[in-house]
Design a protein around this ligand. Structure first.
Ligand code: CAO
Length: 557
């Protein structure tokens, strides 16, 4: 008569550890589990351990929760499995394994008998023939390394051999725990799916008299009834089959194929870490929690070095160079401002797809007009450079092309359209680069803007700018015209999406219709964030700007 056996699964010997925390329940009530499948993960201050199921069966009641503290002997859960009735010649360990019926469960629980010990009592040994599993379509793959020798004890998941095809190196894990009896391969042997690799002596555990009988049969006739194992059991805690093993020589790999236990996978999920990027330090590159922590430490370190940019680009670090070997050097600490600027530039450069468009504006008339203002400039003691005209022209171009007066939301879901026009201007100061913002440029005249440019530049150079003076910009102008150069690619001052680079005005021969004449040409370079602005918008923006600067009278229309 076939019956249902009930087993109490308890915390096994934890290698001396006690009061460890349950950090993960891998199963829920009602789950059917196979022998060896992870039930829970416990963690001490030194290590995390998975507790495997000592037998196959259905979970009827889980007695612990995540966060509980447990020690050896504590009840984890009750397992219900199909079992045959006791047979007279069954080993006593298995007979004692018969569990009470459901109504007797409470007395079984109060009885402090070591249920797990009884379940895991070895009753027989068997030989498993280990064959090459599915190689993902590869054939005649060469054995390049044999990782074990006859007599070695291997755990489930331990590497047996490494094979190499023309595309990848693959490690073949042992699907069972046991002792290597015979190796059927040598280095250089070519293998295909199903070829015999090794024979492993395994200890068979009895969970009920029926299985005990089977195990005894295996011991008495191991070769006659061998178990053929092609891959590790399909439970989460097992290493993936060889066809899914990551190539030994690869860099970033599919997180699903990396070798990591459920606790590590869970932690990676919680932390948002792609396990494919983490280097495992355990046997067969198994990823441990510490590897995850080390990986995060590296990410944080490199993120700090790049000003918090964690845009996902895996950028290799630059090698350290000892320049003193080439000649005399001084090591000068960077100022805070310099470091901040470096971090901002790096962040923008890495995160924003920049495109730069170039054009020259004919500002011959503008320059003539500006010179005509000289007496008034002296009278008012206000200097008017080309910059306030550029500010006015950019403000008009932003109004005409609102696609430039936006920022992107960080989640990439929306565009923030701004209805105000505040424009930053890069100021070169002895301490470094600063970008004060001129507010409401569209509402101000040339004199007012000139005064503000002078005041802001002075404040920047004397380090008197307030944080509010540098906030709220919609767009930036970086004018190097007073310094020189024919053109440059300005880096966008995020979260803005556009920046105008202004280079040195030069008198050039230009055709006006059929007539060649000298014209004062101002080189402009417009960098834009191609996520927010497309080339058409940029072309229209710069063309409109050039048209306005060609004839600044349009600015008053
Ligand atoms: N071409 C030719 N001459 C120009 C010019 C141009 N595009 N722009 C300005 N000039 C002239 C000015 O007319 C002025 O000439 P005068 O002395 O004969 O009057 C002279 O160059 C110096 O101008 P300025 O720099 O004092 O004034 P500005 O309004 O042009 O600029 C400011 C003000 C604060 C933007 C500027 O001084 C500055 O710091 N520029 C550097 C910006 C920078 O570093 N950008 C790079 C950022 S990325 O690293």
């Amino acid at each position: 008569m076939t019956g249902v056996s009930k087993q109490t699964v308890k915390i096994p010997d934890l290698g001396g550890a006690s009061d460890v925390e349950v950090i993960e329940l891998c199963v829920t009530n009602g789950d059917t589990v196979s022998e060896g499948q992870s039930l829970i993960v416990v963690e001490s201050d030194k290590a995390s351990m998975e507790v495997p199921s000592p037998a196959a069966g259905k979970i009827v009641s889980i007695e612990i929760s995540e966060g509980n503290t447990v020690s050896e002997g504590d009840i984890i859960l009750y397992l219900e499995g199909d079992a045959a009735p006791a047979v007279p010649d069954a080993p006593s360990a298995s007979t004692s394994e018969e569990e009470p019926a459901a109504e007797e469960m409470s007395s079984a629980v109060s009885d402090d008998s070591p249920a797990v010990d009884a379940v895991v009592a070895p009753v027989a040994e068997a030989i498993e023939k280990i064959v090459v599993p599915d190689l993902g379509g590869a054939d005649q793959v060469e054995v390049i390394e044999i990782m074990v020798s006859p007599g070695d004890t291997v755990a489930e998941g331990d590497g047996l051999i490494v094979m190499e095809s023309d595309k990848a190196s693959m490690e073949m894990p042992s699907p069972v725990a046991g002792v290597i009896e015979i190796l059927h391969i040598q280095s250089g042997t070519s293998l295909s799916e199903g070829d015999l690799v090794a024979e492993i002596k395994v200890t068979v555990l009895a969970t009920a008299p029926e299985s005990a009988k089977a195990a005894t049969a295996a011991v008495t006739a191991p070769v006659a009834a061998p178990i053929q194992s092609a891959a590790a059991p399909a439970n989460e805690a097992s290493p993936p089959p060889v066809s899914a093993q990551r190539p030994v020589s690869s860099g970033v790999v599919d997180a699903k194929t990396v070798y990591a236990g459920p606790a590590v996978r869970k932690l990676a999920r919680e932390l948002g870490v792609d396990l494919g990027r983490v280097k495992g330090s355990g046997p067969k590159s198994r990823i441990a929690k510490q590897d995850l922590h080390n990986y995060l430490k590296e990410v944080v370190k490199s993120s700090a070095a790049t000003g918090g940019s964690a845009g996902g680009a895996a950028i290799p670090s630059l090698p350290e160079v000892d320049f003193s070997q080439f000649g005399e050097i001084d090591v000068v600490p960077m100022s805070r401002l310099h470091k901040l600027t470096a971090a901002n530039m790096h962040r923008s450069w890495l995160n924003v797809p920049h495109v730069t468009q170039y054009d020259d504006a004919d500002i011959t008339e503008l320059e003539a007009f500006r010179k005509s203002l000289k007496p008034q400039m002296e009278k008012r003691n206000i200097k008017i450079s080309p910059l306030p005209f550029l500010l006015k022209a950019v403000a008009a171009a932003l109004q005409e092309n609102p696609a430039f007066n936006v920022s992107l939301s960080n989640d990439g879901e929306s565009i923030i359209q701004k209805k105000y026009i505040h424009i930053g201007m890069a100021v070169d100061t002895p301490a470094g680069l600063m970008v004060p913002v001129i507010k409401d440029v569209d509402k101000k005249g040339i004199w007012e803007l000139s005064e503000e440019i002078m005041a802001m530049a002075e404040k920047a150079r004397t380090r008197k700018l307030q944080a509010s003076d540098m906030q709220g910009g919609c767009f930036t102008i970086s004018s190097l015209g007073g310094i020189g150069g024919q053109g440059f690619t300005p880096i966008i001052n995020t979260p803005e999406v556009g920046i105008l680079g202004v280079s040195k005005l030069a008198t050039k021969p230009v055709y006006k219709g059929d007539v060649l004449m000298p014209r004062k040409m101002l080189p402009l370079s417009l960098s834009y964030d191609h996520r927010a602005v497309n080339g058409g918008d940029a072309g229209r923006f710069l063309t409109y700007l050039v048209t306005l600067l060609d004839d600044v009278r349009q600015l008053v229309l």
